[in-house]
Design a protein around this ligand. Sequence first.
Ligand SMILES: [Zn+2]
Ligand SMILES: [Zn+2]
Length: 679
Amino acid sequence: MSRLQNRLDRSLTALTGLLPGSRANEPETTSRVDSTHTARVIAARCSCCHRSKTTIETTYWDGTLDHLRSAADEGCIRCSFLAKCIVSFASDIFQKQNSFRAWANFSTCELKVHRNGKPDNFVLDIFALHEQNNTPFNNIPIKRLLPGDTSSDMTSITIANWIQDCKSNHTDCNSIIPDFHDTSYSPKRLLDLTNARIVLRENVPGRPVYACLSHCWGRSNDLTKTTLENIDEFKTLIPWKDLTKTFRDAVEICRRAEINFLWIDSLCIIQGCKDDWDEQAPQMASIYRSAFVTIAATNSKETIEGCYRTAGADYLAKCVPGTDVYVRRQPSKFPTHWASISSEEWPLLNRGWIYQEMRLSRRVLHFCSQEVIWECQNARRSESGCSDKPLGSKDTQTYKTTMYGAVPYSKLAEDPRKLWYRTVQDYSRLQLTFEKDKMPALAALTRDMETLRADDRFLAGLWEKTLLLDLLWMVWPSPKTGRLATWRAPTWSWACVQSQVMWGSSVDHVLESVKVDDIRYVTTGPACMGEIQEASISLHVPLLRAKFDSARFESARLCWDPITPFLYDLVIQDEKMDYDFSLPGPCNILSPTEVFIAPIGINKLNCHHTGIVLRKQDRSIYERVGYAEIQHREVVDMFDKGLRGGRGMTWSFSVEGNEKLDLVTTFFMSIPVCSVTII
Ligand SMILES: [Zn+2]
Ligand SMILES: [Zn+2]
């Protein structure tokens, strides 16, 4: 008998003793069934995972925990192993209504259970600590045990190892800051942690190694702030008792990592002093980029909550008897992109101001709810191993040209237009306490973009050189807000809505007949801060008369105006309005309203024309109210047939589709262009 079989037998014996209602002593099912070949085959197959009970091949399977227990009793090695893992995690959840779903190689096992009278859905993390461990199945992932307290010495040692590894082995991280002791920039003020007394220092000589803190302010009254009144006092001593919990934890984290200087916004920028703000705010990019590391209080909503957390008992792994396998509740996985961030688990990552801090930081230590997670240019590392991932330019697996969301920023930098779309898409969904911060909270990244697009001009969140394509932003998902009470930006800018916006990924061409005629754009102060005095654009575009009817309940509330019959062949395939028009306020639309669709962009991949929806204000003055996609009726039919034929989105429209696209383009080109000014 093989060594593996021996191991499994041992596991099974241990398991059957653990399971309630075990039928280990009963004769095996196979010996009780009749002797026909078919019956033997059926009996040899597990009724739960539908595989041969004695092979180690694994697959996806699901069922109730009660069913799993029966399959384990009947001698299926997969079901036995999983049941044993679940018993080790919590023996009291084997009930009929409690269910599981397990993937091949036990890569993921989801449990839907009732515990202590409450529903509880979670992933059971099944792992080993080393490759050569005693595991009944191959490919059990290798992960690490959690210390369970992010203030522990074990966590500090892990952090020190990550720092050492990054310094020694990551060329990408060190090429930006050439040497640990050689940064090119130093902030005007830093907290000096060298001695027991914490002091605020100005113009520290040399190039000090410092950390930045990224945190939610929460209620401003709780925050320790430098003001014109206390700055002199802070230069001799910042009393420990005056520091909030998050600040104290950050000081301790620095000291443990042997970093002597710390930059905290509310202490290193004089609060309530406009001159100091105007001087320091534009330096934000340099401050975060030149920091050796950024400490992020990722699980804290307020400055009084601190950085450190203790993990619940479920997250501390238990060993599965007779094996070297461990089980635990899977720690929260670090969000893979900015579109899917839970505000409960990652409150910091939902704040607008934090977005650029994270983008600009070279290295980030996220203090999360169960563990610390490290991010640098090369890698993401987690104490548990659950959120480990290669990052940066070497991360080719997630590189898809058609989905901005999945493309690493470093790849996107090759195309500044798409990098900007991704930036706005990620940023626009985040929350701001003050709506007036929409542009300032992104200003550091805007300045970076100004460097990348040296001969271009920033226009209220769009760029002059790509203005026509930039105008084709859409609100997605559906807007839940009306227009802002206070004017912030022109209607053609995404900065005037409070919703997440995005751009269609393959709209790369512009209708030849569309031209920018005039741009009037004036700001007070630097363009990136977005304090707009005047903002209007004049375009030459074809205009198609349409109607917006909020009372229509079909999928589209936008339809052609019947007095324009030549539009029969064209379908408004998609519409995305900029606001919720049913809300009371300045953009409320009760009855059918006349609007115009101005086709601008061409998507050659899916044969769409994309345009903006305009509402006339006065003579040639229009406001933007939405976005629309137009397609030839026959292309829509072709696409539907393709979908029904199972060819899905990848189906190529190559010949017929492009013929229709050309037909529509020719039609649009034949419409006399109008001169419109959008404000
Ligand atoms: Zn089975
Ligand atoms: Zn690194």
